[in-house]
Design a protein around this ligand. Structure first.
Ligand SMILES: C[S@@+](CC[C@H](N)C(=O)[O-])C[C@H]1O[C@@H](n2cnc3c(N)ncnc32)[C@H](O)[C@@H]1O
Length: 310
């Protein structure tokens, strides 16, 4: 907020606003705090899971400040331009558009990724893929991210492995356009490729392959929260009848492009670990399986090592 009041775009006396509490300057202009309370109630009514937090983020965005700035200026009047911006954001959030899409950004691996409805919003649990890959393959020099979406995994790995060449592929041209902007800003050496997961790379081209593929069973898509179901790309979510189509395809295709001894690190959905491990065992070329749990205790990541070329 660079020291200015959120109400600075409207002529009002903040001292009067403070004295008035909810209505600034005694003329019915709401304070920041009052707007926040009303917005929280509205979002709660709309079924939003974290109404207060979301209202703070959106109000901060409308004011061009931080959440702490919103709280610090709770007694200031909310200027008309900011109030209009906030009202528009709030209406969209009440319609269950994801917060990250409304503000156009989501933090992942402490980096700001631009996001919109062309890509999956990067999830905190996907950081476990990055952590696992770095722990198992710290010397990887050739890295592939399959289904890169916003570019989150590829960019994080490129930043952590400065000597590695990183390739990121996605079959969606729209997702790649978003990834291109993130890569340009955050890790320009990542090479983006539009391709299917069976892309024709030369044999043994990579030391490490990571992927957070679509893994929701088709029938379960209808049960997802509206934020996901209606606003995130189906191609990023739909994993086929049992959710495992892409995971099985990766276990079958990656052995050709991975060097013997290289690691494949996969994100998977809750309850899928046993089936994915069985699918890996059935290929006969994977060894050293590890399953990692996320912060919620869910078996979220499978890492397997290529024993011999597929
Ligand atoms: C769950 S999103 C993951 C995005 C990003 N890696 C992340 O973790 O936030 C899956 C991505 O895989 C892409 N995708 C789905 N099927 C694919 C396929 N057969 N080949 C390549 N990419 C695919 C989708 O377009 C989507 O961007």
């Amino acid at each position: 907020m660079s020291g200015t009041s959120p109400g600075a775009d409207r002529a009002a006396d903040p001292r009067a606003a403070a004295a008035c509490g909810d209505a600034a300057a005694g003329v019915g202009i709401p304070t920041v705090g009052a707007a926040l309370r009303a917005a929280t109630a509205r979002l709660a009514e709309a079924g939003v899971a974290e109404p207060r937090a979301d209202a703070e983020v959106l109000l901060a965005h409308a004011l061009g400040t931080s959440r702490a700035g919103v709280v610090a200026h709770a007694r200031d009047p909310l200027g008309a331009p900011a109030a209009a911006r906030f009202a528009a954001l709030l209406a969209r959030r009440a319609g269950r558009e994801p917060v990250a899409q409304l503000v156009g950004e989501r933090e992942f691996w402490s980096l700001p990724f631009a996001v919109d409805r062309r890509v999956l919003v990067p999830r905190p649990e996907s950081e476990l893929v990055v952590e696992t890959a770095l722990a198992l393959a710290p010397a990887a020099r050739r890295v592939l991210d399959v289904g890169t979406g916003s570019g989150a995994l590829a960019v994080a790995l490129a930043r952590e492995l400065p000597r590695a060449g990183v390739v990121a592929l996605d079959r969606s041209a729209e997702a790649l356009a978003v990834a291109r902007a993130n890569v340009a800003r955050l890790a320009p050496r990542v090479r983006l490729v539009r391709a299917d997961l069976g892309a024709p790379f030369a044999a043994a081209s990579f030391d490490l392959v990571v992927s957070n593929p679509p893994y929701v069973a088709t029938a379960a898509l209808a049960e997802l929260a509206p934020e996901v179901r209606e606003h995130e790309p189906r191609l990023a979510l739909d994993g086929g009848p049992d959710g495992l189509d892409s995971l099985r395809a990766l276990l079958a295709e990656v052995p050709r492009v991975l060097v013997a001894g290289g690691w494949l690190v996969l994100e998977m959905g809750a309850g899928q670990a046993a089936a994915v491990t069985r699918a890996a065992d059935a290929r006969g070329c994977w060894c050293g399986a590890r399953i990692l749990r996320d912060a919620a205790g869910i078996e979220r990541v499978l890492a397997v090592r290529l024993e011999r070329a597929g």
